[in-house]
Design a protein around this ligand. Structure first.
Ligand code: COA
Length: 427
């Protein structure tokens, strides 16, 4: 990367400012001589106000430590049975690796700390076999991580978790990265590994839509190497749960991380969710689902009251956001062809799914529908989310005069005194 790349990087700065990237480091990358360069790359991300969370593995170090002590661990990556001696060694190794990362970050003047943010429960008995100290991530302490990030501190998470009684469990680091990214509503997970990315017939795949990755996992599962299978499975789940980009990058290559983030071509494999594929037109069966979703918001007057008939009669105007076959958001676009305007209405995101970008996606989607219908302007009426429209979606406040006449009449009759937010559509 040279000075001329700086201009290229600058185009990404507004897009990534204040966004969260989860950087998942394989143990082998931390042991590699390029690791000091990886840390410099993290310093660049921080200098651009990107919030960085580091999750690390210990597979390579655990293998080395076991070899040195002539010990055979019951598993290396936190996915099989973890017996007591393997857990003890994993704790020692994990502490050492976390310390190594903290040392390296500190040497670049980056503030960082070990974050005990994972609650894990035992995996239990699988096909009759007790997985002993292998755990699964149950909960992520989101407010703790958010506090650290808001104080410009990089949280570093090892592949370990505690249960409610303080017992330690070994967890898989890919699983930690996924859980943390989902909980924080991260923009990206970047897996830094000791291979180039995902290859097919000897060719590196640069970009892989999540639907394609899913069909590989279905068709070719037995032929995929376990480490690639794990990365692909976690990438697919991440994309399905709102983390729209997952990158698999060779952490042994100088500047691979920055090139992946700040260039169109990248260096590794990017698995991506089509931003809008989770949004579909609503159908008759969704009427009840939509009403259940918005009931509370109607009660507290965030949304205007709508009866079952109101929704049913205009159901073709509605769109729903579906995650894992559950509707978690909705929006409607009512057209006023006589004035070339569209109303974005009934925008709602279910509690528990907020702050993951769903609201923004629903509004952008409705804007695109309006464009495709040849409308030149959209408006929204809001009592409690007007700053969302202004600050996040680029709407401006206007007077009722801007509304189509029929709509203005209803606006005045309702007495809700909603703010009127407007956006001109271009392109
Ligand atoms: C408004 C709403 C749709 C946002 O959905 P969301 O999925 O949480 O939004 P996103 O994740 O895309 O964006 C979150 C950002 O918007 C901000 N935001 C969310 N709700 C907001 C509100 N009511 N007012 C101002 N800002 C808001 C968040 O603080 C966050 O800011 P950040 O990115 O700087 O951290 C959701 O909160 C909701 O359903 N509200 C109740 C119904 C409502 O008021 N609908 C609008 C009627 S027209």
């Amino acid at each position: 990367m040279n000075l001329s790349h700086l201009r290229g990087i600058l185009t990404y700065v507004p897009e990534f400012r204040d966004k969260t990237f989860v950087i998942a480091l394989d143990g082998a990358v931390i042991a590699h001589e390029n690791f000091s360069h990886v840390v410099l790359d993290l310093a660049v991300l921080r200098s651009l106000n990107i919030r960085v969370v580091v999750v690390h593995g210990i597979g390579w170090q655990l293998t080395q430590a076991a070899k040195q002590s002539h010990f055979t661990p019951s598993n290396i990556d936190g996915t099989g049975v973890t017996d007591r001696p393997t857990l003890e060694l994993a704790i020692q190794v994990a502490n050492h690796v976390t310390h190594q990362i903290l040392e390296a970050l500190t040497s670049c003047d980056l503030r960082a700390c070990y974050a005990n943010a994972i609650t894990a429960y035992p995996y239990g008995i699988l096909r009759g076999v007790d997985q002993e100290f292998t755990g699964k991530v149950e909960k992520v302490d989101v407010s703790f991580l958010r506090d650290l990030l808001s104080h410009q501190i990089i949280p570093v998470l090892p592949p370990l978790g505690f249960d409610g009684e303080g017992k330690t469990f070994r967890v898989n680091s890919d699983g930690v990265a996924l859980a943390v990214a989902e909980a924080l509503g991260a923009t990206k997970i970047i897996f830094l590994c000791s291979y180039a990315g995902i290859e097919r017939s000897g060719r590196l795949i640069r970009q892989l839509p999540v639907t394609e990755a899913e069909s590989w996992l279905k068709k070719d599962r037995p032929t995929l190497e376990p480490h690639l299978r794990s990365k692909l499975e976690h990438a697919v789940r991440a994309c399905r749960r709102g983390v729209s980009r997952v990158h698999i990058v060779d952490g042994r290559v100088n500047e691979a991380l920055l090139t992946e983030v700040f260039s169109r071509e990248g260096t590794g494999t990017m698995i991506y969710a089509d931003e809008y594929e989770s949004i579909r037109p609503a159908n008759k069966k969704d009427v009840r689902v939509i009403l259940d979703l918005i009931r509370e918001s109607m009660e507290v007057e965030e949304l205007a009251y709508r009866s079952r008939e109101d929704v049913a009669n205009r159901i073709t105007d509605y769109y729903v956001f579906e995650l894992d076959r559950t509707v978690v958001g909705c929006v409607a676009l009512h057209s006023y062809p006589e004035t070339g305007q569209g109303e974005i209405a009934c925008l709602h995101v279910a509690r528990g799914h907020e702050n993951k970008g769903l609201g923004r996606k629903l509004v952008s989607f409705a804007e695109n529908v309006a464009r495709s219908r040849g409308l030149r302007q959209v408006f929204a009426l809001s009592t409690q989310a007007y700053t969302f429209f202004q600050q996040k979606m680029g709407f401006r406040e206007e007077t009722p005069q801007i509304l189509p006449e029929s709509r203005r009449k209803r606006y005045e009759e309702s007495g809700r005194k909603s703010k009127i937010l407007v956006k001109d559509l271009t392109g």
